[in-house]
Every structure is written in structure tokens, then in C-alpha cells.
Ligand binder design. Structure first.
Ligand SMILES: *[C@@H]1O[C@H](CO)[C@@H](O)[C@H](O)[C@H]1NC(C)=O
Ligand SMILES: *[C@@H]1O[C@H](CO)[C@@H](O)[C@H](O)[C@H]1NC(C)=O
Ligand SMILES: *[C@@H]1O[C@H](CO)[C@@H](O)[C@H](O)[C@H]1NC(C)=O
Ligand SMILES: [Zn+2]
Length: 510
């Protein structure tokens, strides 16, 4: 006998096998935490268990030998167990033996679906099934260097587990270290102990790291309705009294006809994050898709232009775009550009070297005249935080083309360079950010006269200052504003962002 079972496990093993538990579920209920025991072939385990229980009926000297092996048991305990064993023995001579013999005949064969795991640990827990899983994974053509297996089981399995626990609770509590149902090895654990290594081996021996997840799921239509009496099964099982449970559900569980059905194997690679800076040269390009009343207003957007080549190169399933602030659709972003980061969801390819990333940047650059990208790089999820941290305190520089109704000359506007301006949260964003009633400061301004009704105003401001509101006053919320200062109706004709002073992501030398 190779399984580290103890004499005291014998009545539990017997009772579970009689109830229609599979060999591996028997090990679980014996709270056997030795992983290799579950990796042994199902047939060997089943055979050993049958031998283990028939020994107890047919061969007393074997019993003694088994007991002898367990020297870790203190002698006093051993004596007690010998006595207990004698009880079973005398009982067995008359009534139990025939039943057990029948059970021996019905030794868990392929057609015998386990009453608890519904076949998961019998038919889906071997090298052949590991090969099946890994073939599906290979066909999905992912690039990965680690792998974890996850498994989802039908909810009714918990109900059956509970019923089975009630069936042997008394024996288990008396004989083993398990005091609680939580001490029983879970189906998921036993499944992973066996299958994680096998699947990983089939996939080239990749280490177990939670970067690439292979998901295996099972359903069991035959018994789906079993747990309809419990709404949220697991939660409900914690509360339900044994009496109430036993009124609603057979104990031990009924024998199923069919085994579980394996669902499609799912693969999920952790997100890859790509960061960079973008320029936007168009005054008709929104940063994100512009949808009003479910209707698309602009044919493209900054995020889509950047994401398209990345989605196809990383073979990702979707993306999540974020940036350091944003500009209005009619505002250009010049200079070194605006920092952005893109989360690529479930990428099939994740490794790109520097040259390949540069190639991606060129592909984006060439895909449209409306944007350009620089400093493109793969970053960690954590590094993305740098983009948002301290964002409010950074400075931004703008150039605005201003129109004045009143004719001006060069000297009429130079005084602006000495003017201090603070701004309250503009009305148009108050509904979006009711708490952000912070004041913003325009640090410096300079002017460049163009003609009697036009000049360029350059501004260096605290991030978050609203330039358009400064020009037309926003009903007195920006003091002073350009209309007041120039004593003329004024308008902003064009606006460019000249720089966004966030020093992330790090610049990449050309
Ligand atoms: C009983 O056990 C002894 C010693 O372990 C062994 O030699 C013998 O073959 C066994 N008998 C049966 C009927 O299994
Ligand atoms: C996109 O990012 C936001 C913020 O980081 C996050 O809450 C959200 O779950 C992400 N969306 C997806 C689909 O991952
Ligand atoms: C893409 O455009 C930016 C901005 O013009 C430039 O700095 C960068 O070198 C270009 N990159 C490639 C690879 O073409
Ligand atoms: Zn089972």
C-alpha cells in the first residue's frame, strides 16, 4: 500500500466507497493533504482503496502489519484503535461483509460517476485530459512563459459535498484531524494538484506564475436542479441546519447517471501596459470616440488611432486608454505631446523588444497625419500611477489665437504680461466635478501682435486651468478675464497645447 492512509481512515473509506464516492474524493474526505497521492493514476488509487478495505475483513494479520507501520501514533491511542477495529470486525462478520463485497464488485469503474465530484476527479483528471487542454491552449496561439490553471465547478457540487460531509461527519470527526468541512481537501485543490503539473508539462514546462491563466470549467445538466432550493448555494450552505438540509437533499447524495461536461477552455493573459506621448494636429479629432445620443459624431479619435496597430500586434481583445488630462476636439496638442497609457486586455503576444516597439511607433505615426506618437514603451501597471500623481500641480503651456472686437495695437496688449489671474471651477464642468472648487493660477502670459483684431496669447498655467473660460469670463468666475482686461468683446479662435509638463513616461532617445 502506497497511500499514506491510516487504520483509523478505514471505516471512513468504507462508508464513502459504499456511498458511491470516487477514489480521489475518498482521499479528500480523509483530509489527505499529500499532493502526490492525487497524482497517482485513478485506477491504482481505486485498487489500493479496495484492497485497503477488504484487508480489514479478510486478513487480521495484515491489519496488524498496517497498524505496525503507524508508529507515530502514541501507544495509548493505538490500543484504543485496536479496540475500535475489533468492534468493526465483529459487526462485519455478520452483516457488513456482504454489502462491502458488492461494493467491491462495483469497484469504481469508468461508468461509475462519483456522487460528489460528478466525475471531475475521475474522468477529467489524467494525462490524456491534460493533453486535450494543452492542445486547445496551443491552438489559441498565445505567447506565454508561465501558466496557472483555474477551474470552475457546477454549484451543485457544493451541495453534494455538504451532503457527503453530513454522511461521514461523525466518523471523520472521531477518527481524523478534520473537525470541519473546511478541512476536507477541496475538489478544486485536488484537481489542480493533479492537473497543473500535467498541463504545464504539456505546454513546455512553464513555471506556475499568475500571468497566464488557463481556465477549465464543468457543468452537469443532469443535477443542475439539485440546488435550486438554495439561492446562493455556498452562502446558504453555511447557514442551513443539518435537519433542514437533510429534508431537502438526500444523504449520501444520489448516484448520477452522467458525468460532468467540460466547457470550452478559456485562456487569459494579464494585461500589458503601453505608454507614450501623443501629438494631435487636427482640430476635428476628439480624444475618445464622440458619441451623442448613441450616434457617432467624428469618424475617429486619438485613442483609436493609437490603439488600432497595438491591438493587432499584441493580438489583444480590447484596450483601456488613459492620459494626463485631455484636450477639446478643436484643440491641438503640440510640443512633446501628452502622456498616455494604454492597457491591452488579454494580449496573445506580450513580448516585444525595443526595436519592435519602435517599429510599432512608426506604424502609428504612418497610419494618420492627425497624430504622432513618441516615447512609446511597455511599462508596468504600477508605473501608470506616475501619470496621474501630482497631475494637478504640474504646469501646462498654451498658445491661443485671440480676436478682439475693438481695434488694438501692439502696446494695448503688453500689459497682460504683468497681470495675475486666478480661476474658480468653470460652470461647464461644475456638474462633473462638484467637489473640485479649487482655484487655478495662470503663472505667466506673453503676447504676440498679429493685426488690429488678432494676437497670439501664450500662457503658462497650473494644470486644470480652463483657457476658454479665461478669455470670455465665464459669468465672472474668472477674475480678471480677457474681456474685462481689454475692455472689448474677445473670442478665442484657436487653441494649442504647447506642453504638458509631466515627466512620465521617461523619454526614449531616438
Ligand atoms: C494476509 O496477510 C498476510 C501477511 O500480510 C499475507 O501473507 C496473506 O497472503 C494475506 N491473506 C489474504 C487472504 O489476503
Ligand atoms: C479600465 O481602467 C479602469 C481604471 O484603471 C478600470 O477601473 C477598469 O476596470 C478598466 N477596464 C477594463 C475593461 O479593464
Ligand atoms: C513618430 O513621430 C514622432 C513625432 O514626430 C517622432 O518624434 C518619432 O521619432 C517618430 N517615431 C517613429 C518611429 O517614426
Ligand atoms: Zn469524486
Amino acid at each position: 500500500i502506497m497511500l499514506p492512509l491510516k487504520e483509523k481512515d478505514r471505516p471512513i473509506v468504507k462508508k464513502l466507497l459504499e456511498a458511491g464516492c470516487c477514489a480521489r474524493c475518498v482521499l479528500r474526505f480523509c483530509c489527505l493533504g499529500v499532493q502526490s497521492a492525487y497524482r497517482q493514476s485513478y485506477e491504482d488509487t481505486a485498487r489500493e482503496l479496495c484492497a485497503f478495505i477488504s484487508d480489514s475483513e479478510n486478513n487480521e494479520s495484515q491489519d496488524a502489519a498496517v497498524l505496525e507501520q503507524h508508529t507515530e501514533d502514541p501507544p495509548s491511542k493505538k490500543m484504543k484503535m485496536d479496540a475500535a477495529e475489533m468492534d468493526v470486525q465483529s459487526e462485519g462478520d455478520s452483516a457488513v461483509v456482504p454489502t462491502v463485497m458488492e461494493e467491491g464488485d462495483a469497484e469504481p469503474a469508468d461508468s461509475d460517476v462519483c456522487v460528489v465530484c460528478l466525475g471531475v476527479l475521475q474522468q477529467f483528471c489524467d494525462e490524456a485530459y491534460a493533453i486535450k487542454i494543452s492542445e486547445v491552449v496551443k491552438a489559441k496561439n498565445y505567447q506565454f512563459d508561465t501558466m496557472v490553471l483555474s477551474v470552475s465547478l457546477p454549484a451543485q457540487l457544493s451541495v453534494r459535498e455538504h451532503s457527503c460531509w453530513l454522511h461521514v461527519k461523525k466518523e471523520v470527526r472521531e477518527k481524523s484531524m478534520c473537525l470541519d468541512m473546511d478541512d476536507v481537501i477541496q475538489v478544486k485543490e485536488a484537481f489542480k494538484w493533479t492537473m497543473q503539473g500535467l498541463v504545464s508539462k504539456e505546454l513546455g514546462g512553464v513555471p506556475v506564475v499568475n500571468k497566464f491563466e488557463v481556465g477549465v470549467g464543468f457543468t452537469h445538466p443532469e443535477t443542475d436542479s439539485d440546488c435550486h432550493f438554495l439561492m446562493a448555494v455556498v452562502k446558504a450552505l453555511e447557514k442551513v441546519s443539518d435537519e433542514k438540509f437533510l429534508k431537502k437533499f438526500p444523504c449520501p447524495p444520489t448516484r448520477p447517471v452522467s458525468k460532468c461536461i467540460a466547457q470550452d477552455v478559456q485562456c487569459l493573459h494579464v494585461s500589458v501596459f503601453v505608454a507614450g506621448r501623443y501629438n494631435k494636429f487636427s482640430r476635428t479629432l476628439p480624444q475618445t470616440p464622440w458619441v451623442i445620443d448613441g450616434e457617432r459624431r467624428m469618424e475617429s479619435s486619438v485613442e483609436e488611432l493609437i490603439a488600432a496597430p497595438l491591438l493587432s500586434s499584441f493580438r489583444a481583445e480590447g484596450f483601456n486608454f488613459s492620459s494626463s488630462g485631455r484636450e477639446d476636439v478643436d484643440v491641438r496638442t503640440l510640443g512633446n505631446g501628452r502622456p498616455f497609457a494604454l492597457e491591452l486586455l488579454n494580449p496573445h503576444r506580450a513580448r516585444f523588444n525595443k526595436a519592435e516597439v519602435r517599429q510599432l511607433q512608426e506604424t502609428i505615426n504612418q497610419s494618420s497625419d492627425k497624430i504622432r506618437v513618441r516615447d512609446l514603451q511597455i511599462v508596468s501597471r504600477d508605473a501608470m500611477g506616475h501619470m496621474k500623481e501630482g497631475e494637478e500641480d504640474k504646469t501646462k503651456s498654451y498658445t491661443a489665437l485671440i480676436w478682439t472686437q475693438k481695434a488694438i495695437n501692439k502696446d494695448d496688449i503688453t500689459f497682460l504680461e504683468e497681470t495675475k489671474v486666478t480661476q474658480k471651477t468653470p460652470l461647464r464642468v461644475l456638474h462633473r466635478r462638484p467637489l473640485a472648487v479649487r482655484e487655478r493660477v495662470i503663472h505667466t502670459m506673453s503676447t504676440c501682435f498679429l493685426d488690429a483684431h488678432h494676437f497670439h496669447l501664450k500662457l503658462r498655467t497650473q494644470a486644470g486651468t480652463y483657457i476658454k473660460e479665461f478669455v470670455h469670463g465665464d459669468f465672472g468666475r474668472t477674475k480678471p478675464n480677457l474681456c474685462d482686461l481689454l475692455k472689448s468683446e474677445t473670442d478665442i479662435l484657436e487653441l494649442d497645447v504647447e506642453s504638458v509638463d509631466v515627466d512620465w513616461p521617461p523619454s526614449i532617445p531616438e
